[in-house]
Every structure is written in C-alpha cells, then in structure tokens.
Write a protein that binds this ligand. Sequence first.
Ligand code: NAG
Ligand code: NAG
Ligand code: NAG
Ligand code: NAG
Ligand code: NAG
Ligand code: NAG
Ligand code: NAG
Ligand code: NAG
Ligand code: NAG
Ligand code: NAG
Length: 547
Amino acid sequence: MMFKKPAGVLMFLLVILKVLGTAETCRCSTSSSPFFPPSFYCSCVSLNLTSVPQNLSTNITSLNLEGNHITTLSQSDFSQYRSLDNLDLRQNRISIINPGAFYHLSNLTKLSLMFNGLTSLRSGMFTGLGKLETLFIYSNNISDIQDGTFSATPQLDVVYLSGNKLRTLRAGMFTGLGNLTGLFLGGNDITSVQTGTFNTTPQLRSLYLNSNKLKTLTPDMFTGLGNLETLYLYGSDIGDIQAGTFNLISQLKNLDLEHNHIQSIPSNSLSNLLQLTSLKLSYNNITAFPFEELSNIQTISTLHLDNNLLTTLTSTAYDVLSSLSDVSLDNNPWQCDCRMVDFKLKLTESTRRMVHLNKIIDSSTPFENQITCSQPDHLSGLNLKDIKLENLFSGCFEPKIVRFERSDSMELAQGEDLLAQLVCEASGIPTPTITIIPPSGLNATVESGVIFEDGNVTLRNVTAADAGLYVCIASNPVGSTFAIFSTEVVKPVSSPRFTLPVFVGSVSGAVAGTVVLGAIVLTIWRRTCAKSSSVALDTGVALTTQL
Ligand SMILES: *[C@@H]1O[C@H](CO)[C@@H](O)[C@H](O)[C@H]1NC(C)=O
Ligand SMILES: *[C@@H]1O[C@H](CO)[C@@H](O)[C@H](O)[C@H]1NC(C)=O
Ligand SMILES: *[C@@H]1O[C@H](CO)[C@@H](O)[C@H](O)[C@H]1NC(C)=O
Ligand SMILES: *[C@@H]1O[C@H](CO)[C@@H](O)[C@H](O)[C@H]1NC(C)=O
Ligand SMILES: *[C@@H]1O[C@H](CO)[C@@H](O)[C@H](O)[C@H]1NC(C)=O
Ligand SMILES: *[C@@H]1O[C@H](CO)[C@@H](O)[C@H](O)[C@H]1NC(C)=O
Ligand SMILES: *[C@@H]1O[C@H](CO)[C@@H](O)[C@H](O)[C@H]1NC(C)=O
Ligand SMILES: *[C@@H]1O[C@H](CO)[C@@H](O)[C@H](O)[C@H]1NC(C)=O
Ligand SMILES: *[C@@H]1O[C@H](CO)[C@@H](O)[C@H](O)[C@H]1NC(C)=O
Ligand SMILES: *[C@@H]1O[C@H](CO)[C@@H](O)[C@H](O)[C@H]1NC(C)=O
C-alpha cells in the first residue's frame, strides 16, 4: 500500500524506498523523485544527544538534530558527512562552535542554529561553507559579530539574526555577504548603525531592523543600500527622522515605521521614493503628514496613518488618498472646523458623482468612514462625511490678542547686559500664528540679539535701537488682529526703558490712519498669507480696506 502510486494528484512522486534502521533511534530514510536528486535523510530529534552521532551512513544529505543537548561543535563532528545539504541544529545548547567545525560541509546550503546559546560569531566559524545560502541563527545571545565571520560564505542569500543581543552595527561586520538579499535583525538591542555597515551588501533587498532601539534615523545609516526594496523599522523607539534619511535608498517599495514616536516627517523625505508601494506610519505621534509629496508617486497603494495626532486634511490630501486602495486614518484627533472645508467639498463632490453614476456609496472611497471628529466638542464623535458644510465653519473663531506685555519684572536701568522679555498671546480657533515686528523693521534675527519664538521676544543687551514700537500680529484662517507695545528711551545714549503697552488694538481700531504702521502690518500680513496659501477664508481684504 505504501508503494502504491497516489492517484495523479501530486506534482511529483515521492517514493520512500526503505527505512534503514536506527542509530540511537535516529530514523533515516532515502527518498527520490523525478525532479530532485536522491536524498538521504536522518532525523535524530529530541533524543537527549550530547554529541553528533558518528555511526550514520556517510552519504546522508540531510541531518536533523533538533532538540538535543549538544553544547559544542568541533571539526570532527561532521567530517564524515560531507554530502550534507541541510543541517538542523536548532534548540540545542550550543555555545561554542570551534573554528572549522563545518569545514568539510562544502555542499551545505541550509544551516539552522536558532535557539542555542551562542554569544558571539567569530571569524573561522563558518569556514568551508562555500555554498551556504540560508543561515538561521535567530534567538541566540549573540552580542558581537567579528569582522570576517562571513568571508567564507559568499553565496549566503538570507541571514536570520533576529532575537539576539546586538547593540551596534558597524562596517566590516557583514563583509563577504555580497550576494545577500535578506537580512533579519529584528528584536536586537541595536542603538546605532554606523556609516558603511551595509557597504558590502550591494544586493540587499530586504532589511528588517524592527523592534530595536534606534531613536534617530540618519542618512548615513543606509549607505550602500541602493537596491533596498523593503525596510522594516517598526517598534524601534524612533523619535526623530533626519532630513535626507531616505535619499540613498530610493528603490524602496515597502517602508514600515509603525509603533514609534515620530512627530514629523522632514520635508522632501518621501518625494524621491518613486517606487514606493506601501508606507506604514500607524501608532506614532505625527501631527502633520506631507500628502503633497506622494502626488508624484504612481506606485503607491497603501498608506497607514491611523493612531497618530493628525488634525486636518487638505484638498491635496483628498486627491492622494482617493488614489490609494489601502488607507487607514482612524484614531486621529480630527478637527472638524473651517480648515476641513476644502477636503469636505471634495468628499461631497465625489459622493454626488457616485450617486449620479448609481454606484454604491459605501464602496466609494476606503477612507471616508474613518474620519471621526474629535473637536469642536459639539461635533465630537461624528463622522466628517455626515457633517454639513456650514457646521464646519461654526468651529472657528477670529484671533484675539489677550496679552502683549513684558513677562519679566526687571528694572531696566542703565547697563550693557540687560535682558528683557516680551510675550504676545492670542486666542482663536484654529490657533493663530503670531508674528512680532520690532522697531528695527523686518531684518531682526537671532544674530542681531532679538529672538522670536512663538510670540516670545527676548531682548539682550538692550540699547537705544530697541526703543520704539513693537507690533504683534495674530492671524488664522478666519481673521487677523494686531496689538502694539511701545518703548521709550529714558537715557537716549544707551539705556532705553520699557513702559506699559500704550495701545492694544484690532484692525478696526484707531491706528487705521497711521500710514507707516499700516505699511508694516500689511507687509507682515502678506508674508503670513503667502505662508498659508491653502487658507480658505481670507480677511486680508477687510484689513486692507480699513487701512
Ligand atoms: C550507533 O551508536 C549508538 C551508540 O552510540 C547505538 O545505540 C546505535 O545502535 C548505533 N547505530 C548504528 C546504526 O550502528
Ligand atoms: C547511501 O549509502 C547507502 C549505503 O550505505 C545506500 O544504500 C544508499 O543508496 C545511498 N544513498 C544515496 C542517496 O546515495
Ligand atoms: C530525555 O531526558 C528526559 C529527562 O531526563 C527524559 O524524560 C526523556 O525520556 C529522555 N528522552 C529520550 C528520548 O531519551
Ligand atoms: C556535492 O554536490 C555535487 C553536485 O551535486 C556532487 O557532485 C558532489 O559529489 C557532492 N559532494 C559530496 C562530498 O557529496
Ligand atoms: C541568554 O542570556 C541570558 C542571560 O544573559 C540567559 O538568561 C538566557 O538563558 C540566555 N539565552 C540562551 C538562549 O542561552
Ligand atoms: C555571488 O555569487 C557568485 C556566484 O553565483 C560569485 O561568483 C560571486 O563572487 C558572489 N558575489 C560576491 C560579491 O560575493
Ligand atoms: C505621544 O505623545 C504623548 C504625549 O507626549 C505620549 O504620552 C505618548 O506616549 C506618545 N506616543 C507615542 C506613540 O510616541
Ligand atoms: C551682552 O553684553 C555683554 C557685555 O558686553 C557680552 O559679554 C555678552 O556676550 C552680550 N550678550 C549678547 C547676547 O550679545
Ligand atoms: C533690511 O535689509 C535690506 C536689504 O538687506 C536693507 O536694504 C535694509 O536697509 C534693511 N533694513 C533695516 C531696517 O535694517
Ligand atoms: C516665553 O518665554 C518664557 C520664559 O522663557 C516662558 O516661560 C514662556 O512660556 C514663553 N511663552 C511663550 C508664549 O512661548
């Protein structure tokens, strides 16, 4: 019965010729098929062996020693079994591999050493394995890989080094792996990848660096990886991506950065990844995503941005999202106010088109049900697609300057090294952007001693040049306002003194006639407008009319 031909279902015929008896109850068998060379397999699984059995047939091609108690491998262990193609030593207690242990295994293509107690890989360990293609060595305690370890294994295609204790990757570690296409390094303790680490692996297509402790991604980490297609970096404690990080790996197709602490993607990081098909960024702290950078990438179909801190979507975002087949956007604190108007208009338009074409609305876009509003409170929990356009406006308020004053109480007496602080605070939804113009005009810089930072002006070494009018302008998509703070010079030569604000006004205030001031305000206003060109409502007109 055992020798009966199976009824034509199998792709090839496997005939077990005979069971050749046992060695320490190792079970050996020969098999042949029309498609593969004959193989002679011995299984010595879970036999409590403490050494490699020496009395098996010397022509075995496959030996399974899984789950034994072997601690050390030496050159004599395999010297008889020179035909081995596949050697499985997983789940032993191997902590020592003496140099040349595999010296005679010149036909071995697959070596399994996972779940052992190796703490380092040394040069000479793999000598003789000239045909080795796959090395499984994950789940050991490897903290160091000596230079030259892989110099005798030029055919290695995939190396599984996950679940070890590697901390630093450096140039030289992977020398000899010129044909490597896959490298698995997930679940180590890697905190740094030094320049040149991958310079000797030109064929690498897939690099798994997930579940490490990388913290910062820099461009020099990825030198030499011009053919890389898949980069897994999820769960690696990454908080910072430096500009240019992906510049050298422009063939990238799959980039997975999920479960990190990323807050922003530096601009122009994604636009040159013209082969990108999948970008996963779920479970980070991203507050703004550069959708426009994906506009020119024809290949992309997957974008995961769920569980971040995204608040608004533009019409460009709509165009990009609607061209993808796999989108996730849920669990972001979407702000359903006037900033979402353009996006909502596109959404409504496409829904109407769908109805017009008698299509089923549910299948229109894969993302439209995922935008659940977090703010404003009265729209919280509602789906953006179910909110009327006019209700999006109700969430916005014009800016109002609530405070423009000195935040320090120092007496500004005569002296060279004085420090004063001016703070401008404004309310409004969306949060207004604040600009402060010093008396010197628009050229003030950090170098000039005047520091601008979110409505904070720090003046150092106050001199007569710092006296005069300071203008604070607060603007958001629904409006704009300004306030003025005045300084007067008490001792004109060197020590100006700050007084209380002489005026806090809005666009409709009494300064309307002050031509010079108006010009400054206008200049700044134009600058602000130019910066936020996607703004839906523009009160610049109102401002200009009143000026
Ligand atoms: C191999 O040696 C072991 C003892 O080390 C013995 O139990 C087993 O029968 C031997 N097998 C063969 C095939 O000789
Ligand atoms: C291996 O050697 C045994 C004799 O020891 C022989 O019967 C068997 O056919 C050989 N198998 C292969 C695959 O060469
Ligand atoms: C291996 O050792 C364990 C514990 O001593 C024992 O329970 C088990 O039966 C042994 N297995 C074999 C195949 O001898
Ligand atoms: C190694 O493989 C080649 C090609 O399959 C074969 O000719 C040679 O005999 C094998 N060497 C050993 C020691 O079995
Ligand atoms: C790795 O080392 C730790 C201690 O550093 C030890 O507890 C653990 O058993 C070791 N793992 C292996 C597979 O040897
Ligand atoms: C890759 O393998 C080929 C044989 O297929 C070999 O000739 C070549 O040296 C290897 N390349 C490197 C860089 O090791
Ligand atoms: C996001 O930021 C918050 C507040 O700083 C922090 O508690 C949280 O752990 C961060 N989440 C991630 C995924 O980094
Ligand atoms: C302020 O003046 C003091 C004394 O002249 C000088 O040491 C200091 O570097 C100056 N600070 C700045 C920020 O220019
Ligand atoms: C600002 O810079 C421009 C060009 O560098 C210069 O012409 C102008 O005088 C500067 N204005 C002030 C107030 O320093
Ligand atoms: C301005 O700077 C002061 C002192 O550094 C700080 O306490 C305050 O929070 C800052 N205010 C703003 C709006 O950045």
